[in-house]
Ligand binder design. Structure first.
Ligand code: PEP
Ligand code: MG
Length: 767
């Protein structure tokens, strides 16, 4: 067959499939077109159902249609299983004579002789098998092979993305994957919360319940009418300056205009649109008319009116936070400021649907210890009022689970609570290992209100992220404001030290008032680079910190994202400059706090000797260090599987750093997420780290673990780990040790249990 025809067909098929939103239809198109192009008798797609460990026939042109969705093969059965397990192309002229050939009744493949199967791959894993078959005994050619291989490569990511968005089989649990997650499990009704929606942002959406939407619209209109009447009365009584009512008058005429409400209602009823969408349509139509007629003054009134109506409609739907029962809060985004203000006793879980939920949003959620799944691809309105399970451990949301599944998850929640109680009972005991090594377990803080309560368990504050408070402001906070923040946290913690980091913004931590668009922000203007470029911002922060330190004396100061010595010299000079100014201004001696740098850019791992001459301590930002060392974006789910604290390069790098710090007699702490992860914490201890700083919700668990392991044993393990060359084997060493110490269950994080519940929750298979 002509190569050009294949190329053309390839393009056409890919376009047709990518343009089809319904994945089942897309697969039907695919098999049909492939069969025609390759001039064979049959083309089929089998997809792997990983929970049941079976391949299921999902689409076919040539086999019996009644077998679609029903015929399955165990993952290592039949020729499909050979392709799936080897991940190789299988090209056979006489398929039935192959020892692995398996005859499936009712599928209708009796007459086919030759077989060409290729794996459908997504991110390195086989997710299905694409097959062509013919009645004659013939070996398929190289062109057919490369045609199928190329198509299968493109299909992998399309199918996998679509699988995440929609459940492929109706009888499966509705499980929706997120991008990142925190915490354990929450089960409750979902409450959708949307901040004031702008008219421009209203998405056009349809509804099946037009009556409800008409009722909603008329209720809101009626309510506004009453408010309007009251406003008019007040104005007649002379309260003309009352701004709260003032805006009502300008669109009073629109409220009285019955053609407006008629138009909206008919748009809802006939077009089956949501009330907000219908309002948007009608308002846009009116705006157009007003512009054509040159009535510019009317345009603003119409727009305002539409905006108020939309806001009212959205809030009428969402009932704000006047809730009696506990809920899972569903939002598009999870802004830091908003999370800080939430009624925590009512919110048992978070779901955010925005795909750009940042790594730092996760850190905030973790700080609160509330299970969350972020970046869930779902229409926000599909969740409102539905029961959901937020599974922070598996990074997924289960929508409308059956009672049996809810019951089993509830059991897990209570088991996990029992575990937490176990950890909490010892939370204030020191973390001394079985052989007497003390491990300092500190708190990562940033939201002021966490300070005092959390410190009861942590030894001190090992990382105070100052940028979180900056993120909640509308402009750069002034010196007095910052002085109050820092004083509060130093006072609450005194005499225990608080390690404050200067502003660390950039990449996924943006300030609303300092936007910088960069093509590659993780490698861009971030951390200390920003403050070096804005010395006024740095000086203000340093002044506020030093002033607070003069009063409480427990500050430690460190700088983030250092990549060269010049940055260290620059900040040290700035500290001296600010201290001199203060000395002159107050006439009093100024005490300087201990000064440290974060080791999170690989270049600094080669500068430990020089840095040791300049600093009092080191703190390892393992989140960024691993990201840069392995070239894996810490917030990108597509490469999450490459992000590994047990990677031999990471292990050896961490070993080198702790040895250098010891050689120079400088304290060294790890304050990235790996410090709070049970297995990584064992790795760190084995390498010689005895100071770990983590989020509040991990402190008690890590202390519990530390008290049940031996430093000497772990050091022996590290000696072995440093010789290994792959992350899997290194991890296995620590896993085995933890199991041996009776800590297996704590490490496993209920993954196996959750898998089993889900398996039994989905309908049992016929095959
Ligand atoms: C880190 O990089 O490990 C760290 C603690 O800093 P952040 O997560 O705020 O970048
Ligand atoms: Mg960092």
């Amino acid at each position: 067959m002509d190569g050009r025809i294949f190329l053309q067909a390839l393009r056409q098929i890919t376009e047709a499939v990518t343009g089809e939103l319904d994945i089942k239809k897309a697969m039907d198109i695919l098999v049909h077109k492939i069969r025609l192009t390759t001039e064979t008798d049959c083309c089929s797609i089998y997809l792997l159902d990983s929970f049941r460990k079976r391949y299921r026939l999902m689409a076919t042109d040539g086999l019996s249609q009644s077998a679609v969705g029903k015929a399955t093969l165990h993952f290592d059965e039949g020729l499909v299983g050979v392709v799936g397990t080897t991940g190789e192309v299988l090209n056979l002229a006489n398929a039935p004579s192959h020892p692995n050939f398996k005859y499936l009744p009712d599928v209708g493949e009796d007459e086919y002789q030759s077989f060409l199967g290729v794996p459908i791959l997504d991110q390195g894993s086989t997710i299905g098998v694409l097959i062509i078959q013919s009645k004659s005994r013939q070996q398929f050619g190289e062109q057919e092979e490369s045609f199928l291989v190329t198509l299968a490569a493109q299909m992998g990511s399309i199918i996998s993305r679509s699988r995440e968005e929609h459940s492929l089989e109706d009888d499966e649990l509705k499980r929706i994957k997120g991008i990142s997650s925190t915490g354990e499990i929450a089960i409750a009704k979902a409450l959708v919360w949307q901040p004031d929606t702008s008219l421009d942002d209203v998405k056009i959406q349809k509804t099946e319940d037009s009556t409800l939407q008409v009722d909603l619209f008329t209720q809101v209109l009626f309510q506004m009418q009453i408010e309007m009447d009251k406003a008019t009365l007040k104005m007649q009584e002379g309260e003309k300056s009352n701004a709260a009512f003032g805006y009502m008058a300008s669109y009073g005429k629109l409220l009285d205009d019955s053609t407006f409400s008629d138009e909206v209602i008919s748009c809802i009823e006939q077009g089956h649109y949501l009330a907000t969408s219908a309002v948007k349509f009608v308002i846009e139509r009116r705006l157009k008319d007003a512009l054509i007629q040159g009535q510019d003054d009317k345009v603003i009134d119409i727009k305002d009116f539409g905006q108020v109506l939309v806001s009212r409609l959205v809030h009428a739907c969402n009932r704000e936070f006047d809730i009696d029962e506990q809920v899972v809060l569903v939002m598009e985004n999870m802004p830091a400021a908003m999370v800080a203000d939430l009624p925590k006793d009512k919110i048992v879980g978070f779901v955010a649907t925005s795909q750009v939920s940042s790594a730092h949003a996760s850190i905030l959620a973790r700080d609160f210890g509330i299970p969350s799944v972020l970046g869930v691809k779902v229409n926000i309105n599909d969740l409102d009022g539905h029961t959901v399970i937020v599974d922070g451990r598996n990074c997924e949301v289960i929508l409308d689970p059956p009672e049996s599944v809810i019951g089993e998850f509830k059991q897990l929640v209570s088991q996990s609570k029992e575990q937490q109680d176990l950890f909490s009972r010892e939370a204030t005991e020191p973390a001394n290992t079985l052989d007497g090594q003390h491990v300092t377990v500190s708190l990562n803080a940033g939201l002021n209100q966490n300070g005092s309560e959390a410190l009861q368990a942590g030894d001190n504050i090992g990382l105070y992220r100052t940028e979180i408070a900056f993120m909640m402001c509308d402009t750069f906070p002034g010196e007095q404001q910052q002085y109050e923040w820092y004083s509060r946290i130093l006072e609450q913690s005194a005499p225990k030290p608080v390690c404050m980091r200067t502003l660390d913004i950039g990449s996924d931590k943006g300030l609303p008032y300092l936007q910088s668009k960069e093509p590659n922000p993780a490698l861009g203007w971030r951390g200390v680079r920003v403050t070096v470029d804005m010395p006024n911002i740095l000086h203000t922060q340093l002044r506020a910190m030093l002033l607070a330190h003069q009063k409480y004396g427990n500050l430690e100061l460190m700088i983030p994202m250092v990549s060269c010595m010049e940055e260290v010299h620059f900040v040290k000079s700035a500290i001296i400059e600010v201290a001199n100014e203060l000395r002159q201004k107050t006439g009093k001696e100024v005490t300087l706090p201990p000064f440290g740098v974060m080791i999170e850019v690989p270049s600094t791992t080669y500068l430990m000797d020089e840095l040791s001459q300049e600093v009092d301590f080191f703190s390892i930002g393992s989140n960024d260090l691993i990201q840069y060392l392995l070239a894996v974006d810490r917030a990108n789910p597509n490469v999450a599987r490459f992000y590994d604290c047990f990677h031999p390069a990471v292990v050896r790098c961490l070993k080198g750093l702790v040895d250098k710090a010891k050689e120079h007699n400088k304290p060294i702490t790890v304050c990235g997420e790996s410090a709070g992860d049970p297995l990584s914490a064992l790795l760190l201890l084995s390498l010689g780290y005895t100071s770990l700083s983590m989020n509040n919700s991990f402190i008690a668990r890590i202390k519990y673990i530390m008290r049940r392991v031996s430093c000497e044993d772990l050091q022996k393990l590290a000696a072995e780990a440093l010789k290994l060359t792959d992350g899997k084997s290194i991890r296995a060493l620590y896993d085995a040790y933890a199991a041996n110490q009776g800590l297996g269950k704590i490490m496993s994080s209920y993954q196996q249990e959750i898998k089993a519940i889900i398996e039994s929750g989905e309908k049992t298979d016929n095959h």
